[in-house]
Every structure is written in C-alpha cells, then in structure tokens.
Design a protein around this ligand. Structure first.
Ligand SMILES: Cc1cc2nc3c(=O)[nH]c(=O)nc-3n(C[C@H](O)[C@H](O)[C@H](O)COP(=O)(O)OP(=O)(O)OC[C@H]3O[C@@H](n4cnc5c(N)ncnc54)[C@H](O)[C@@H]3O)c2cc1C
Length: 500
C-alpha cells in the first residue's frame, strides 16, 4: 500500500519554496512530483491553462520513428515512456505503430531489426526487474514482422468494431494501403499514442487538488535576480500576462523570494537564462502537424509511419489516429511540417534563439487561413501517396504546432532532460514529453543534494514515482476536462478521447 505523508514531514518539506516557471508538460510534471511530496511549489504560467505548449501525439516508447538517432537515445526513451505510462496512464492511446519503408526509400525494412531487438531485450530486462513495467504488452510481442502475404490475408478479414487482438488494428490498413508502394516485411511495434489534451486535463485536475502547489496562470516572469535579502535563492518579478499587457501598471508587479527556481519555459527558456546571464547553447525549432477528418474512414487505424528522409520531398509521413475518423498528420518536408528557417540557434550574446517574427505570430495564433489550408492539403496528398482513399480527408481545424527547444548543437537530439547552472537554478530541457518525469526526478535529487529540502519522506521517494493524487484522476473526469480544453483551444473534441 502507498505510504502517506505525515503532517510533520509535510511541514519540514514546506519550509523552503520552489518556483517552477512555465507549466508545459515539463513544468507541470515537475510541480506535481514536488507537490505530491508536500514540497511548497509555485507554478507560474503566462498562459490561461496548463500544458498548452507545442503538441505531442506519440509516446516514443523506443524512438523507432527516428532512424537517425542513437540506440542509446532509443533505450532512454523506452525507459522514460514506461515510467510516463505508469503515472499518466489515462493519457495513453493504446494502439500499435506500423513502421513501413516505402519503395522510394533507399533503406531496407530489415535495417530496423538490430535496434528493435535491442529494445525488446531491454524491455524484457525492465519487466524482469519490476513486473509493473509491463505496460506495452508482453516483451516478446514488443514488435512483429509481417510479410506481404500475411498482410494480404489480414486484409480479407471483416473490419472489426473493436480491437480484440493486435491484428485487428491491421485490417483497415491492409485493405486500404496501396501495398505496392511499400517494401516488406512491415514492422508492427508497441509504440502507443499520447494525448496532449488528456495529459493537460490530468495536470490541471491533480494540481488543483494538491495544497502544496500554488498555481499562478496568466502571469509572466519578467525578471529574476539573486535574492538580496538572504544571499541564497532568487527574487522573481512577475506581471499579469493579460493579452493586453500594455494595460498592466506598476502596481501589478509582484516580487517574491524563492529558494530554488526551475526554468521550464520550453522554447523561451533562453529568456530566463538571459535574465541571470547564464550561458547556454540551444536550438529552437518551429514545426506543425495538421488535423484532418476523413469522413469515409473505415475501421480502426494504427499509427502509421511511412519512413522517409527528413527535409526532402519524400520526408517521413505520419498518420496518428483518434476516434471518429480524425487524424493528426505530419509530413517531414519543408512544405508541410518543417519550415524554411524554422531551426534557429542561440549565440554568444544570448541563450535565446530568435525565431523570425512570422513564426512568433503563428505561435500567437495568427495562422493565415490560406496557409492552414495549403499545408493541410499538402499533408493529405503526402499520406494519399500510400492510402489513395485518404485524398477525401479534409481540414478539421487549425494545425497543432509550436516551437520546441533542443539543448546543445545536435538537431537530431531527442532524449534530453535537465541541466543545472548556478546554485538553486535548474533548466528543464526536454525534447519529448516522456522525458518530463526524468527531469522532475533529477530536480528532486538536486533539491536534496544541495540541502534545499531535507525531508526524509522526499528522500525515501527519490527512487519511486509517488503520485497518489495524480494517478487517482479518473477516466470520466479526465475525458470531460480534456474535451473542454479541446473546445476552448478550438480543436475537435475527438482529439481528447482515447480508444478504450
Ligand atoms: C509539431 C510538433 C509535434 C510534436 N510531437 C511530439 C510527440 O508526438 N511526442 C512528444 O513527446 N513530443 C512531441 N513534440 C515535442 C513536445 O511538444 C515538446 O517537447 C514539449 O511540449 C515541451 O514541453 P515543455 O514543457 O518543455 O515546454 P512548453 O510546452 O513550451 O511549456 C513552456 C511553458 O512556459 C511558459 N512560459 C514561457 N515563458 C514564460 C514566462 N516568462 N513566464 C511564465 N511562463 C512562461 C509558456 O507559456 C509555456 O506554457 C512535438 C513538437 C511539435 C512542435
């Protein structure tokens, strides 16, 4: 049975104050991790709600979408995805991913095999260590290869209404994909989907229930400086972040002392670094995915990845299914998901990479309609190369898009978590949502190592994900709030539902 915190431990943990700036996936997970242990945490977010940054749809339990990254990054993402699934179970969309290599691609499907075998072996090790790690099915079934005859035979079956077994996810695929466009065998891997709206709902619900977490939304951090009063810790200056910020007056400015600051500002992390003259090399990349509805959609769809070389006209095409015939699409070409000059780097004078103003306008929700249509139509055509009937899909909403940070100098880095700078200052630097928990773990350890907190209880839970409040959020309340958030943000409610 899970141990509960005693009043005494709670008071001890509460003695010091932690500020987490930015309530995206990283910041809200860090705030949850600390507040679940009774640590006094203030989460400061300039937007109106939590987890409303760039989108995510794929858990990356093995990183198999990225042929170009190292095996070690894939193994790290596998472990982090398993941990994430255990804490945010209700945000997981359980369905497999088909990895298909098009005939136009120079590589062969079996090139993927050595990595898949490494991942399967590591998954087995993790399950042997702790049976609760078995969240992606049996390790032996982590991936399977299908030759063309097997796929054609599956295509003869009637369309199932619900998936009773993995092959049920392949019937619609087998019937509607032009198999002549693909090399065989196909790989089917237990990489699941991840719902951004459901994660947002869980974070909003759980944080509201944790007395140690104080949330300040619509609040911008405009300055940080070392604390003059104590010589330790930080002074944070905030202002209301009303969208009409010119209306705020000096009286609206708040200055508060904290013992520890976490910079979880996503692609704006460099702005906080600059406030305290902390040097950091990072990149920022603007990308978009497109939301479509396919009225003639038949049957259940898995996630499908048609591999291709990033940045070329044949860049990877990714089809992510949601209930009701809705699909989120990516096309890793300059005309679809990627953008000319969309990748920028920091410089010696500033840790904040500067995106061109037209990207910032889009982030502030000013996508010109013609561009939404143009790129969505291109993405539909990119997918229809392989699924001809998909050409009847249409634009369902504005894109899901945003800018993400990539620490360091390698634009292919996908598994990153945290860096520490001056005493009492940590930066969350995740590239994938599933790395948020590892970031929170490292920050908890730093708080203990540096003596900011001395709680025995926190020490005890250093190696255990203690999320009693978060994991108690139930399916129906999560769905209700996730649908509400989807409506508020002008996306179809279907994106907030899962397949269960
Ligand atoms: C098109 C696209 C598709 C993606 N797909 C996936 C995927 O399938 N799977 C996956 O794992 N990842 C995916 N990602 C990456 C993922 O979205 C990001 O890595 C993740 O959202 C980063 O989370 P974060 O919390 O670090 O930053 P953010 O979500 O950007 O959060 C930072 C927060 O800080 C706030 N903030 C900034 N400055 C201040 C300030 N001065 N004061 C107060 N608040 C401030 C912002 O308002 C924001 O809410 C995708 C990214 C894109 C662009």
């Amino acid at each position: 049975m899970t141990q509960t915190l005693t009043g005494e431990n709670l008071r001890a943990a509460k003695a010091k104050k932690v500020a987490v700036v930015g309530a995206g996936v990283a910041g809200s997970t860090i705030a949850l991790r600390l507040a679940e242990l009774g640590i006094d945490t203030t989460l400061i977010e300039k937007g109106p709600s939590l987890v409303n940054g760039p989108p995510f749809c794929h858990l990356h339990a093995g990183g198999n979408l990225y042929r170009e990254i190292s095996d070690q990054q894939c193994l790290t993402l596998l472990q982090q995805s398993i941990d994430t699934t255990k804490v945010y179970a209700q945000s997981i969309n359980v369905r497999p991913t088909v990895l298909a290599v098009p005939t136009s691609d120079p590589s062969e499907p079996l090139d993927l095999l050595p990595r898949l075998e490494k991942l399967r072996a590591q998954y087995q090790v993790l399950v042997d260590q702790d049976a609760s790690n078995e969240v992606l099915g049996k390790p032996a079934d982590y991936f399977r290869l299908y030759n063309r005859a097997e796929i054609e035979a599956i295509g003869q079956r009637p369309l199932p209404e619900q998936a009773q077994c993995d092959e049920d996810w392949l019937v619609a695929f087998a019937k509607q994909v032009n198999l002549n466009t693909l090399k065989f065998p196909l790989v089917v891997v237990q990489e699941y989907g991840l719902s951004a709206f459901r994660w947002a709902a869980i974070a909003n619900l759980a944080i509201e229930r944790l007395p140690s977490c104080h949330v300040q939304t619509l609040t911008s951090v405009v300055d940080i400086s070392p604390s003059a009063a104590t010589g330790n810790g930080w002074q944070i200056t905030t202002k209301p972040a009303s969208y009409n910020s010119a209306a705020s007056t000096d009286q609206d400015v708040q200055v508060t002392e904290y013992d520890y600051v976490v910079n979880a500002c996503g692609f704006k992390s460099g702005e906080l670094d600059d406030m305290i003259d902390a040097k950091r090399q990072r990149m920022v990349e603007f990308k978009a995915s497109f939301v479509t509805h396919w009225p003639e959609c038949q049957g259940l769809w898995p996630e499908v990845v048609f591999h291709g070389q990033r940045g070329t006209p044949q860049g990877m095409a990714q089809l992510t299914p949601y209930p009701g015939g809705y699909f989120q699409l990516h096309g890793m070409t300059q005309a679809i998901t990627l953008f000319e000059d969309g990748l920028v780097t920091s410089c010696e004078q500033s840790a904040q990479p500067r995106l061109a103003p037209h990207f910032i306008k889009k982030i502030d929700n000013q996508w010109p309609d013609h561009l939404v249509k143009e790129r969505t139509v291109s993405n539909i055509a990119h997918i229809a190369q392989f699924i001809p009937d998909f050409k009847s899909a249409n634009t369902a909403s504005q894109p899901l898009f945003g800018a993400q940070q990539i620490p360091g100098e390698d634009p292919d880095l996908r598994a990153a978590d945290v860096s520490f700078d001056q005493q009492g200052y940590a930066r969350a630097e995740i590239v994938k949502a599933s790395s948020a928990l590892a970031t929170a773990d490292a920050i908890l350890k730093d708080l203990l190592d540096t003596g900011v907190i001395t709680s025995e209880q926190a020490q005890h839970y250093l190696n255990e994900h203690y999320f009693p409040v978060t994991t108690q959020c139930n399916h129906d309340e999560i769905t209700e709030l996730a649908e509400q958030l989807a409506r508020d943000r002008n996306y179809p409610e279907a994106l907030a539902r899962n397949f269960s």
